[in-house]
Structures are given as structure tokens and as C-alpha cells.
Design a protein around this ligand. Structure first.
Ligand code: PLP
Length: 408
């Protein structure tokens, strides 16, 4: 392209182009245009392979002496279907090739295994996902790694818990089931000054609503099972890392023998295209339902950082750009049978594990806390607001409360 004269540049079009070139593409644009098919295909094909054939021995040997993660080497390390998903997810996370795992939990445990060794000390948020705690308490303990749980509200105060052998800090915000926000940048700056890695389970906000790496996280973990795939038919995990951590984490994942099937990569990539529109709908539906619940006499409090009176609202507003459809509510103290009548009285909210699909779900919240004194007097429930009409979900909850009134 030739440069125009000063006069030509004065007209609108080049000026717009100059701005467009400076401005980074938005996340929705990245999600649509990254990781596309080749040769005119909009989508990459599902490439199933264990063996990759080479024309001659020299090429075969070269493929193994070179980086096993570059190009096609062996099906374990992925084919173009996985590479396309890595590219699209990387565009969203703001990093090179996030590392794929067959579940969110596998991403958590492998990320931890890549960061700690026998004799190390680990700090984990008290409100981390339950199976994360179990992995630390049972398996990391067995390998000689000691875990201390910290109050999610600790912020820069985490300094007081650091030991000379503290190698990693594991965050999750908002916390599983109790939805406490954390001051991630404050925790990251203290941890980094100490030389500890910062890991974060960013499943709730996804990289769409929270740029974990830009806020000081070194290893950002996603249960792609949830909103990334978005349709309750895939199990997937990913770890997005800073440059420093990519090789050790990628090697750990390969050395443990993890691989994600190309079919699941294809489904996740298909879900990822619409992450933005889905999340915005989950957000507005979730807030509408949460606000309605706040006005109900049966509800003691709603745990949702996007609500202005939530204790985590200021942090959420400062660091996050949106909220998903998952939140909690504490009922006024009622007998267990009454809470069960409420849940059983719902027709649109399904009863089942996991979340992040297009459908609404509800489950009672069961959790362990050892570093926090906050307790709940009434039954705690976790709601996932799906993509149904919010008015129908509200009518459904009203039906549940009517069923509960009969049992109270
Ligand atoms: C569901 C979940 C996971 C685990 O994901 P799986 O794919 O089910 O293993 C991890 N972290 C959080 C916060 C979750 O909600």
C-alpha cells in the first residue's frame, strides 16, 4: 500500500484505518476469527490420529529430535483440531497456546504438580473448588507438599502467611459456592516479590470477563467444561501461562500422558465462538433473577458480586468486566425438608452437578472451610441461570417457594 499525501490523509477513510490498526480487535472478533479451518473451510476438520506417518526415516527422526509440541509429531500432543482450539483460546487469554487437559480438575492438579515439589509450601484460597482442596490434602500431602488455606478476603495480608519455602499461591475468584471476591493483583504482587507462582481458577469469569494474566496471574486455569464448551456435553480443561511457565507446564501435561480428543476440541471450539453472546445473556438473566430473589422474604441473602451491596462488589467492578450466571443464595433458616421441597418444586431448574451450559441448574452447597469464620445459618443453594427467559425462571422459583411454604 502506498502512503497518501497529507491532503489525502485528511479524508475520513485513512484516518479510520489508522485508528483501526492501532486498536486491538475486541474479544468477540477474536473468538470468531481465530483458529479457523484451512483451505476455505470455516471450521477445522476433526483430525483423529495417534500415528503420524513420515515419508522417510530422516523426517521421522527429525520430528522427534525437534520440539515435540511444534507441528504434528504424535497424536498425544494434538492434531490441527487441538491447535485451532489452542489458537482461539490463546487469542482470548492473551497468551501463546494455552495447554489443554481432559477436565478442569486435571488442569488444576497438573498446574499444581508443575509448580511444587517435595518440601515446598503452598497457599490455597479457603473457598477454592472442593476437589482442589482434596488434591492438596491427600495427594500433594503424600508427595511432601504442605498446604495452608487462607481467607479469600486476605488481599496483601497474604504476606504474613509466606514461608521461605512457599512456592505457589492458588486463587479462585469468586470462590466456589460462597462467592467471595479476591484482590488478585494485591496477592500477585506479594507472591511475586517472594518468588512464588500465582495460579488462579478463573472458571467463573472466564478470560472473557477477567484477564487473569494481565492482572498478575502466572497460570490461569479454566474448566472448559463450563462456559467455554457451554453445552453440557464436553469435559475439558486448560492452563494459560506466562512465557516463563509454558514449557514446564506443557512438559508436565505431556509427561503425565494427558491428551484431549479431537472431537472434544472441535465441540469446545464450536462453543467458544458464541462465548461472548452467551455470557452476556447469562449475566443479564442471572442479575435479573438475583435481584428478584433479594426481594423475597424467604431469602436471607444473595451471594453475587455484581450486586451493589455484595461485599465483593468493589473488587468485581475494579477488575472484572462482567458476571456469569452462577451465584448463591442463603435461605432464611428452615427445616431441611422445606428447602428440599423448594428445589423439588422447580421445573425449569435442573438438579445436577456442573454448570455453564445453556440450561438452568440448582444444587445445595456443601463445602469445607478451615481458614474462614463466615458461617451460614440457613440452607445455602447454588443457582446457575441458563439461557431461558428470565421471567419464566422467576415464575419457576415462585413455584418453588409456594411448594416450600406448604412444608415449612
Ligand atoms: C467444575 C469446576 C472445576 C472442574 O471442572 P471439571 O471439568 O468438572 O473437572 C474446576 N473449578 C471450578 C471452579 C469448577 O466449578
Amino acid at each position: 500500500m502506498t502512503r497518501g499525501t497529507a491532503k489525502a490523509r485528511a479524508v475520513t477513510k485513512p484516518a479510520v484505518k489508522r485508528i483501526a490498526r492501532k486498536r486491538a480487535p475486541g474479544k468477540d472478533t477474536l473468538l470468531v476469527h481465530s483458529g479457523r479451518g484451512r483451505g476455505g473451510l470455516v471450521n477445522p476438520p476433526v483430525e483423529r490420529a495417534s500415528t503420524i506417518l513420515h515419508p522417510r526415516l530422516a523426517e521421522y527422526e527429525a520430528s522427534w529430535s525437534a520440539d515435540r509440541f511444534e507441528g504434528l509429531t504424535y497424536g498425544l500432543h494434538g492434531t490441527h483440531t487441538a491447535f485451532a482450539l489452542e489458537e482461539a483460546l490463546g487469542a482470548l487469554e492473551g497468551c501463546r497456546r494455552p495447554i489443554l487437559l481432559p477436565s478442569g480438575l486435571a488442569a488444576i492438579t497438573t498446574a499444581l504438580l508443575a509448580c511444587v515439589k517435595s518440601g515446598d509450601h503452598l497457599l490455597v484460597a479457603d473457598s477454592a473448588y472442593g476437589p482442589t482442596r482434596k488434591f492438596c490434602d491427600v495427594h500433594l500431602k503424600r508427595f511432601g507438599v504442605e498446604t495452608t488455606y487462607y481467607d479469600s478476603l486476605i488481599g496483601a495480608g497474604i504476606q504474613s502467611l509466606l514461608r521461605p519455602n512457599t512456592r505457589a499461591v492458588f486463587c479462585e475468584a469468586p470462590g466456589s459456592l460462597t462467592f467471595e471476591m479476591q484482590d488478585i493483583p494485591a496477592i500477585a504482587s506479594v507472591a511475586h516479590a517472594h518468588g512464588a507462582a500465582v495460579l488462579m481458577d478463573n472458571t467463573w469469569a472466564t478470560p472473557y470477563f477477567f484477564d487473569a494474566l494481565a492482572h498478575g496471574v502466572d497460570l490461569s486455569i479454566q474448566a472448559g467444561t463450563k462456559y467455554i464448551s457451554g453445552h453440557s456435553d464436553v469435559l475439558l480443561g486448560s492452563i494459560a501461562t506466562t512465557e516463563r511457565w509454558w514449557r514446564p507446564v506443557r512438559d508436565t501435561v505431556a509427561d503425565y500422558g494427558y491428551s484431549v480428543s479431537p472431537d472434544d476440541c472441535y465441540l469446545a471450539l464450536r462453543g467458544l465462538r458464541t462465548l461472548g453472546v452467551r455470557l452476556r445473556a447469562h449475566q443479564s438473566g442471572g442479575i435479573a433473577v438475583a435481584e428478584w430473589l433479594q426481594g423475597r422474604p424467604e431469602v436471607k441473602r444473595v451471594l453475587h458480586p455484581a450486586l451493589p451491596d455484595d461485599p465483593g462488589h468493589a473488587l468485581w467492578t475494579r477488575d472484572f468486566t462482567g458476571a456469569c450466571g452462577l451465584f448463591g443464595m442463603e435461605l432464611q433458616p428452615v427445616p431441611k425438608a422445606a428447602a428440599a421441597a423448594f428445589v423439588d418444586g422447580l421445573r425449569l431448574f435442573g438438579i445436577g452437578a456442573s454448570w455453564g451450559g445453556y440450561e438452568s441448574l440448582i444444587v445445595p452447597a456443601k463445602f469445607t472451610r478451615t481458614a474462614t469464620s463466615r458461617r451460614f445459618a440457613g440452607p445455602l443453594l447454588r443457582l446457575h441461570v441458563g439461557l431461558e427467559d428470565p421471567a419464566d425462571l422467576i415464575a419457576d422459583l415462585e413455584r418453588g417457594f409456594a411448594a416450600m411454604a406448604k412444608r415449612a
